[in-house]
Design a protein. Structure first.
Length: 141
């Protein structure tokens, strides 16, 4: 599990109770280490409660990761039907969603394919740039 969780200390503490040889908490990772871990992770969890479009979630989807995301309008806009959603309260909802996904490897593989396809369709730099240029042109008119 990667990251610092500066604004969710209770959640981090609860999750770290499960630390083992199979579940690691290396803290924040960047660059090649981050990309390698992301490409090889079984599941990516986007547990943030604030913010807009999170680049890490898009990166996880684009790398072919199965994504579980906190059920916020922003995460739903990014993930659409390619992502499984959970509520943070109660915390058991995340645990239940994760266990359910881990018991269904074929469903995880379908999620990976759908996530990669959604990123390819919506989050390519050329498309994002064109969309911004079109929006700015409309605002100027």
């Amino acid at each position: 599990m990667v990251g610092e969780g500066l604004y969710a200390k209770d959640l981090v503490r609860e999750l770290q109770r499960h630390r083992s040889d199979r579940i690691l908490f290396p803290g924040a990772l960047y660059g090649a280490d981050y990309r390698t871990l992301q490409r090889n992770a079984l599941v990516y969890i986007q547990a943030t409660e604030v913010g807009g479009t999170h680049p890490a979630m898009i990166e996880a989807m684009g790398s072919g990761g199965a994504v579980l995301a906190h059920d916020t309008p922003e995460n739903r806009e990014v993930g659409g039907d390619a992502v499984r959603y959970f509520d943070l309260r109660p915390l058991e909802t995340l645990s239940g969603t994760l266990h359910e996904c881990l018991r269904k490897p074929l469903e995880l593989e379908e999620m990976r394919k759908a996530a990669r396809q959604r990123v390819e369709e919506r989050y390519q730099w050329e498309k994002v740039t064109s969309d911004y240029e079109r929006l700015f042109a409309e605002l100027v008119d």
